[in-house]
Each structure stands twice: as C-alpha cells, then as structure tokens.
Design a binder for this molecule. Structure first.
Ligand code: HEC
Ligand code: HEC
Ligand code: HEC
Ligand code: HEC
Ligand code: HEC
Length: 249
C-alpha cells in the first residue's frame, strides 16, 4: 500500500480457501483474477500477452507455488524463495520503511513478502519461476519476459500498459524502495499487549476478521489475500476498517 488516503466500498465475506491441487478440483479463486496468468489473452481479448509478454505455463498456481509433482524440493537450493516457486527479486537490498518511532527495524523481508516483491518490485519477469510444470515445452517460451514496471521500454509490461494501449500498470509497481509503503516483516507490536497503540490478536494467526499475522510478523499477506478477490484490491478487510484492526489510534 501507499501511505495515503484511500477509499473503498465493497464489503466481502471471508472465503474459505478450498483450492485443491489433486483431483482436478481447481477451485482456487485465483482463477479469473489478475493473478491468473493463464488464458489472459482470451479474457482480455488480445493476442499480445502470453507468447510475447510472458510464458503461459498452462497452470495458474505455478507462478507462485512449487508444482506438486516436484515433491518436497527445496527451491532455495536453486536460489528460490524458501517454499515458493520464485526467485528473490533481482536487487541487493530493499529500502524498507523506517522511522524514529518504529519499534522493530527490519532489514530483509520474510519469504512470504519476498514472493509478492518478486513480481511487484519490477526487477524480474512475471514468468521467472524456479520450476516449470512437467510437460511444459520450452518451445512455448515467450518471445519477451516482461516485468511489472512502469518504465516504458521493451523489458516491461508498461510497453503496452501505459494507459494508452492498455491500462496503466505503474501503480502496481512497488519498486525496491518500500519506504513509502506500510512497514512489513516486523514483529507485530501488539503481541502480549506489549504496545498500548496496538490491539491484541484474537489468536496465533491473527484476527477473527481475517487479518493475518505470520510467525508474529506483519507481511503483505496480512492485509492482502491473493486467493480472495471479494474485496477491492484483494484486501482481507475493506480499507476503511483495515487499519483499526491493528492500530488503536
Ligand atoms: C497494513 C496493510 C497492508 C500491507 C502490509 C500491504 N498492503 Fe498493499 N495495500 C493496502 C491497502 C489498504 C491498499 C489500497 C489503498 C492504497 O493503495 O493505499 C493496498 C494496495 C496495494 C496494491 C494496489 C495498488 C493500486 O492502487 O492498484 C498493491 C499491488 C499492493 N498493495 C501490494 C502490496 C505488497 C506487494 C505488499 C508487501 C510488500 C503490501 N501491499 C503490503 C494494504 C496493505
Ligand atoms: C500470486 C501468487 C499465488 C498464486 C498464483 C496462487 N497462490 Fe495459493 N497461496 C498464495 C499465498 C500467498 C498463500 C498463503 C495465503 C495465506 O497465508 O493465507 C497461498 C496459499 C495457498 C493454499 C493454502 C496452503 C496452506 O498452507 O494453507 C493452497 C491450498 C493454495 N494456495 C492453492 C493454490 C492453487 C490451487 C492455486 C492455483 C489455482 C494457487 N494457490 C495460486 C499465493 C498464490
Ligand atoms: C507472478 C507475479 C506476481 C506475484 C508473485 C504477485 N503478484 Fe500481485 N499482481 C501481479 C500482476 C501482473 C497484477 C496485475 C497488474 C495489472 O494488470 O494492473 C497484480 C495485481 C495485484 C494487486 C492489485 C489487484 C487489483 O485488483 O487491482 C494486488 C493488491 C496484488 N497484486 C498483491 C499481491 C500480493 C500481496 C502478492 C503476494 C502474496 C502478490 N501480489 C504476488 C503479479 C504478481
Ligand atoms: C503488446 C501489448 C501488451 C503487453 C506487452 C502486455 N499486455 Fe497486458 N493487456 C494488453 C491489452 C491490450 C489488454 C486489454 C486492455 C486492458 O486491460 O487495458 C491487456 C490486459 C491485461 C490484463 C487484464 C486482463 C483481464 O482479465 O482483465 C492483465 C492482468 C494484464 N494485461 C497483465 C499484463 C502483464 C503482467 C504484462 C507483462 C508481463 C502485460 N500484461 C503485457 C496488452 C499487453
Ligand atoms: C496487521 C496489523 C496492521 C494493520 C492491519 C495495519 N497496520 Fe500499520 N503498523 C502495524 C505495525 C505492527 C506497525 C509498526 C509499529 C512499530 O513497530 O512501531 C505499523 C506501522 C504503521 C505506520 C508507521 C508508524 C511509525 O511509527 O512510523 C503507519 C503510518 C501505519 N502503520 C499506517 C497504517 C494504515 C494507514 C493502515 C490501514 C491501511 C495500517 N497501518 C494497517 C500494524 C498494522
């Protein structure tokens, strides 16, 4: 998020995630959302993206998740983000939010936030996965491997997504400078009623309204659920009530 005033109306319920890899039940609500990179051309009514902009790997899930047929592989042995089918962003360091009042200073984002940044920092192609699904033919590889980046050159989705040829993608490009974004990967200040400005979570995984805490930390996925498009911008709670879930004032 950008630290600025926002408004959003939609209120949505929490969807239980019942996506199953096996049995052909692909009920993940990723399908048809902006994170579904299969069949984008057909949905958007263009013939430009997969085959040119990025490779259509035939399965939506593998752009983030390690394909199940790989078993218990450790993607980090190949330079991947532990537990995810993606490489760390092509940057030496992220500039994370910092301020005089911040309790916990953080140097490196946790894996689950590195996952998001691997596309949204704009340094790496959207189809840069550690593993491709079995049976995917490299002859289907895209001509270009574009990045979510607002810069207008042949490396980036903004080649078309500039607001003229196609919708502008610059706002989805967080960059490696996260100093104007909400802090991430810091220990949640409200644990054990430690900080009077923060609420005590309802349980070890966060709050009953769906806002999550990961290993006691705030991550991108604390506020966003890429599996649930019910609330605008994939938020876990509508933006007008999101902040007060954690912040008391
Ligand atoms: C504390 C909650 C919170 C955290 C943590 C958070 N976001 Fe957000 N995010 C929001 C809110 C609220 C909005 C919508 C309002 C805005 O843009 O400020 C948003 C908007 C976005 C947008 C869409 C911008 C647009 O207007 O279309 C993207 C992309 C995004 N966030 C990605 C991320 C990523 C990646 C991370 C981790 C690096 C992250 N967010 C961390 C709350 C959060
Ligand atoms: C854009 C990245 C992304 C894509 C694409 C994606 N997922 Fe996920 N998935 C996540 C994240 C992040 C989580 C963790 C969410 C959480 O903690 O609530 C997750 C969690 C899950 C879980 C729960 C795992 C657990 O430990 O509880 C399942 C099952 C799952 N995804 C299946 C799928 C399937 C099936 C697809 C394809 C239809 C898919 N995902 C596509 C990012 C993604
Ligand atoms: C494989 C690449 C990839 C990964 C990984 C990824 N995203 Fe995205 N995300 C995208 C693309 C592409 C878009 C759509 C950009 C556009 O068309 O404007 C998008 C859009 C979004 C949006 C805006 C949705 C909307 O309705 O406008 C949010 C919020 C977001 N992503 C958050 C996340 C979070 C949080 C994670 C990590 C859990 C994540 N993304 C991981 C590629 C990715
Ligand atoms: C050659 C031009 C071109 C390139 C390159 C391109 N796109 Fe698109 N894209 C389009 C057009 C045209 C549309 C349909 C109009 C629109 O949504 O603005 C579209 C639509 C989309 C949509 C919306 C699909 C939907 O279901 O509404 C997403 C998401 C998207 N593009 C993501 C990307 C990403 C991510 C990249 C870079 C990896 C990319 N595009 C590169 C032309 C392009
Ligand atoms: C999941 C819990 C959570 C949610 C939801 C959340 N925050 Fe935070 N926020 C935190 C934590 C934890 C800190 C860091 C506090 C510390 O360590 O001092 C923080 C820090 C901040 C800071 C920096 C304060 C400083 O001391 O520099 C701002 C500004 C902020 N949040 C705004 C927001 C806004 C606006 C929203 C709603 C869009 C929001 N937060 C939602 C947990 C959350």
């Amino acid at each position: 998020m950008r630290l600025r005033i926002f408004k959003t109306g939609a209120v949505g319920g929490l969807l239980a995630l019942c996506a199953l890899w096996a049995g052909g039940v692909l009920s993940g609500t990723i399908l048809g959302t902006k994170h579904d990179f299969t069949g984008l051309n057909q949905r958007a009514g263009v013939v430009a993206m997969p085959t040119v902009a990025f490779s259509d790997l035939g399965e939506s899930c593998v752009y983030c998740h390690i394909p199940p047929d790989k078993g218990d592989v450790d993607s980090s042995e190949l330079g991947g983000i532990p537990g995810w089918n993606r490489f760390k962003g092509a940057t030496n360091a992220y500039d994370l939010y910092d301020s005089r009042t911040l309790d916990n200073k953080v140097r490196t984002p946790s894996p689950i936030s590195l996952l998001c940044l691997s596309c949204h920092d704009g340094t790496m192609a959207v189809d840069m996965t550690v593993f491709k699904p079995n049976g995917w033919r490299s002859s289907e590889d895209a001509a270009l491997h574009l990045r979510i980046n607002g810069a207008d050159d042949l490396m980036n989705c903004a080649k078309c997504h500039n607001g003229r040829v196609a919708h502008n993608i610059a706002i989805k490009h967080l960059d490696t400078d996260l100093t104007n974004d909400h802090p991430i990967s810091m220990t949640y200040a409200g644990l054990n009623n430690k900080d009077p400005d923060f609420r005590l979570p309802d349980g070890p995984y966060g709050f009953d309204n769906g806002v999550k805490i990961y290993d006691n930390k705030v991550e991108c996925a604390s506020c966003h659920n890429v599996h649930d498009p019910d609330i605008t911008l994939l938020l876990r709670v509508s933006a007008d009530r999101l902040c007060e879930t954690c912040h008391i004032k």
